[in-house]
Design a protein around this ligand. Sequence first.
Ligand SMILES: [Zn+2]
Length: 485
Amino acid sequence: MVADMTQRTIAASWLLPGTGEAVAKNLAVAIGDGKVVSVEQGQGGGDGALVLPALANAHDHARVARLSQVGSYDVPLEAWLPYLTLIPAIDPYLASLVSFARTARGGVGAVMAHYTRVQGLTDFPTEAKAVARAARDIGIRMAFAVHCRDLNPLVYDPHERLLAELSPGACECVTRRFLRKPLSAADQVAMVETVAAEIEGDGVTVQYGPAGVQWCTDPMLRLIGEASARTGRRVHMHLLETKYQRNWADRNYPQGVVRYLDEIGLVNERMSFAHCIYLRLDEIDLIAERGATIVVNTSSNLIVSSGVAPVAEFIKRGCRVAMGLDGLAFDEDEDALREMRLAYALHKASGFDIRVSRDDLMRFATVNGRFAITGKLDEGIAPGALADLLVLDWKALSAELVEPEVPPLDVLLAKARQQHIKSLFVAGREVVRDGKVTGIDLPALEAELLAVLRAAYATTADVRAAMPELKAALHKHYAGPLYCA
Ligand SMILES: [Zn+2]
């Protein structure tokens, strides 16, 4: 990443270093050359800022559209995923530029783009280059997890019975749209290194992105385990997001799906697992022991009816836990501050029994996610640390305080939203200023994106016509005897 050489000083009324140090008051944070130069006693006062590390979104997909845009609000995950096919294929640069800009505006300086939806208008490395260029143009750090998938294209388990439920027209459409033969496992895995050679560096890293155990054959997962061990490249995948995935995994991996992943080299420090709602306690222990990261997606889990992750157990048992938005922020606005609040409120405590400490929360929202994305453990806000900082408007946040000494994290958790962002710095570059993404005109790009999506919407009319039947058949499949045993 090209560091911004500009020297500047941020007057911090409060500093939340993010990695366990005490909250500090009235400091001047000098940055330059992409790093924090000094943190000294300052003249901040009440008009300054609340400074914390830039937030990390450790599970997302650089998605083009929000779910209500294609009418898929309130659809369970297994039926919701096919709805993504309703979104027309468009220019990947425009799509990613808007996605990353919204991510930055939401307070995030580092994002995981698990690229599960390929536009496919060009060859894949060309598309990956467009996505990487968009991340660099916006100025956020990005891990591009190359999606690998070669199993269960429509449902977990064989799909013949489901197809037989459909009318001939819907069956033809679903077969054509969803059941194309995938590239071989070896070709898909080899593509990861091809893409890495093209786009890695300058704030962008590349990871293996197996879709999940129910979407990858054993040979594919083994190839990825071997390749990651050989190259040191990180791996990001979904794991046990729904009760149906748990059911499938138990039938197909009777030795225990996490134990299986461990045997093939996919439970270690290089791994991050998204969701993990249906992990068992011994599996949580194994993940903690191996140092893998669990990425919790609170809003997404609620919206697509997947469930509530056992975050208290993750933390109690010593897992590294990070935050993800999964393209499904609670108000469809990509606000990572609200996501942080929602996750904390849902998991923090039962009465006086505290389950998520403030320290756990800061690590969840910042350093643990950055580790999953970059593979590096950052040192908080101190001289020499990367100047990846989120600067909130403390004057606005504290405007209604009666008690002057309310801890700033309390105020942040109570009310901070992306509207309170004064600046987001990444490697010293001011990516967001006064709530606006710098260097681009986001409202104009959003209008352009919407026009493009509407103009191209007719290209997915066939899926739209088949969707009611497909949704009903999917419901029947997962409500059926296989999953109710
Ligand atoms: Zn996801």
